[in-house]
Design a binder for this molecule. Structure first.
Ligand code: 5GP
Ligand code: ZN
Length: 312
């Protein structure tokens, strides 16, 4: 019931000591782990990172910007529900007539009942990854040319992983380069965009490593799925070092989905084969955080080459 909103310092994590001062310069905690407001100095760098990403956009990529919500049915069909149900957020709103909604709210303020008792599940979920809407949109257009289609998409993402880690947010921004087309094209695109990712890290002068990685699948099959993903090298992450022993933060991932989305959404290449797809998922907040960790709290003092690439 009624609880005073208490905003606590966002500094209880294991890396708190190393970054407490920087965090305080960049963010304002909102009282829930992994949810923060950011200061202008951080947003200026976010804009710069987006400019850098745009400058490296694959030739011919179609630009789309998505809202922070997705149709629930789209998410269910995409397979995300089966693989990551533990990270999902679904939108609910108060149902019933105006009178019933009014009563629910008044009973809450009178301390008689929780207003959330009146919630009804809606037809929207919070988007967990920026590329998910691309595949059904491509499917709706019909056959894909053999040379493939390329996209530059972005959106706010939500993943239910409350954490005090500097770079782990429940609500964060992703930009993605996506390919849908023939098998060879998708595999080649994945390798190409991984190199683009490394160029971005170089432009930001970030020390980094590239490792074969897996997603945090849910449930009993998770270990097998993760192992398979690693064995097939379907996912690579570009990681930057954090303070402390052997702690790394993934700033981007280059993923080859094989024909998962092609099968799911019945996407065909004009040769008749089922489409394959690949994406580069860029963690825009993490790239900016990594730049601050590397170069300090004041972008005016950053190396001239980095400032130039960011257009600062
Ligand atoms: P992936 O699809 O590989 O999980 O995510 C792509 C990129 O999004 C990651 O490499 C990372 O940079 C960013 N990302 C994923 N989860 C989080 C998160 O919890 N917080 C933030 N800030 N970025 C995330
Ligand atoms: Zn993606």
């Amino acid at each position: 019931m009624t609880e005073t909103l208490r905003v606590t310092p966002d500094d209880a994590g294991p890396d708190a000591d190393s970054y407490a001062e920087l965090r305080a310069r960049l963010f304002i905690p909102l009282g829930v782990a992994g949810v923060r407001a950011s200061m202008g100095v951080f947003e200026d760098v976010i804009d710069g990172v987006n400019r850098l990403v745009t400058s490296l956009r694959p030739l011919g990529a179609e630009v789309m910007r998505f809202p922070p919500v997705l149709p629930r049915a789209m998410l269910e069909k995409s397979g995300y529900l089966r693989s990551f149900p533990h990270q999902l957020g679904c939108l609910c709103s108060l149902g019933g007539s105006e009178r019933e909604i009014g009563l629910q709210v008044e009973r809450f303020y009178a301390g008689e009942a929780d207003w959330t008792d009146g919630l009804e599940t809606g037809d929207l979920v919070l988007s967990p990854a920026a590329c998910l809407p691309v595949y059904p949109l491509v499917a709706a257009r019909g056959e894909v040319p053999e040379t493939g289609l390329r996209f530059d998409v972005s959106g706010a993402c939500f993943r239910r992983e409350p954490s005090q880690e500097f770079g782990r947010l429940q609500s964060f921004r992703q930009r993605e380069f996506v390919f849908v087309g023939a098998k060879e094209g998708a595999a080649a695109f994945r390798d190409e965009v991984l190199q683009l990712g490394q160029s971005m890290a170089d432009a930001l002068d970030l020390p980094h490593r590239v490792v074969s990685a897996s997603d945090p699948f849910f449930g009993r099959a998770s270990r097998v799925l993760a192992l398979l993903q690693k064995q097939k090298t379907l996912k690579y992450e570009l990681q930057v070092p954090l303070a402390g022993e052997d702690t790394w933060m993934a700033c981007l991932s280059a993923n080859y989905h094989e024909d998962h989305y092609g099968q799911t959404w019945d996407i065909r290449v004009d040769t008749g084969e089922v489409a394959h797809s690949a994406c580069l998922g860029l963690g825009i907040d993490r790239l900016a955080i990594a730049a601050f960790i590397r170069h300090g709290a004041e972008p005016a003092t950053w190396p001239a080459s980095v400032r130039t690439r960011l257009g600062l």
